[in-house]
Design a protein around this ligand. Structure first.
Ligand code: GLP
Length: 236
């Protein structure tokens, strides 16, 4: 585990983008696991800049996103599909058909989740997984629970997660209460994991996740067992 402390969001975003860019340069047909939330926005901006400067080519890679709100279609401005198109995919030369975001409106989410995991496995697994972290230590939408769930599955969001994410919606009543999320299986099987955390609100989650016991009550703590984990934090 490599924990890097930086002193600004800009530095965090630059470093994270550099790591992702190196992955793409080393393996142009790599599989990237991507994350949403406010934290990765600066990372994506840096990647777009590198693409615009001609330093990065996205045309042969494949992406799988971590999660999606249940009930939101991809054209809903708060859906994670919309977020990814808006913050990254529409600005680089990734092939749209090679970008995967879980379908929040799948008729049979259980079967869909298994198929999503299989699609990742069929691509040879994820080469580099980018993660944010929730204030309660959640990763993707794996909320604190009694057990770690391996497969892509549906979850009921924690009150604290709904509270934290209401800033993106007109009112708290509009925040979906359920989501579909990659489980720990595909995340832990990723060859490399890069977790980014920004702001004082994430301090406790980082301490509990990486300096405390491994427990599903703190979902990110399982990453202590990952053989190639980098954490970049700006916690001031
Ligand atoms: C959501 C996402 C997570 C993300 C978290 C933190 O819950 N499902 O993947 O890590 O938000 O978001 P932020 O970066 O905005 O703090």
């Amino acid at each position: 585990m490599n924990i890097i402390h930086v002193s600004s969001y800009e530095e965090l975003s630059r470093k994270a983008a550099d790591i992702i860019a190196s992955q793409i340069l080393m393996k142009p047909n790599c599989v990237l696991g991507l994350a949403t939330g406010s934290t990765p926005i600066g990372t994506y901006q840096n990647l777009v800049k590198k693409y615009q400067q001609g330093d990065l080519d996205f045309s042969t890679l494949t992406t799988f996103n971590l999660d999606e709100y249940l009930g939101l279609t991809g054209d809903h401005p708060q859906s994670y599909r919309y977020f990814m198109n808006d913050n990254l995919f529409n600005h680089v030369n990734v092939r749209p058909e090679c970008t995967n975001v879980p379908d929040g409106c799948a008729a049979d989410p259980k079967a869909y989740g298994l198929a999503y995991d299989q699609a990742i496995a069929d691509m040879g697994g994820i080469d580099l997984q980018l993660l944010g972290i929730g204030n309660n230590g959640h990763i993707a939408f794996n909320e604190p629970a009694d057990v770690f769930v391996a497969e892509t599955h549906t979850v009921t969001l924690d009150k604290s997660t709904i509270e934290a994410n209401k800033r993106f919606f007109n009112s708290i009543d509009e925040v979906p209460t359920q989501a579909i999320t990659m489980g720990m299986g595909s995340i832990m099987k990723a060859k490399k994991v890069l977790l980014i955390a920004n702001g004082a609100a994430k301090k406790e989650a980082i301490e509990k996740s990486f300096y405390g016991p491994i427990t599903p009550e703190v979902p990110a703590s399982i990453l202590q067992l990952h053989p190639d984990l980098t954490v970049i934090c700006n916690l001031d």
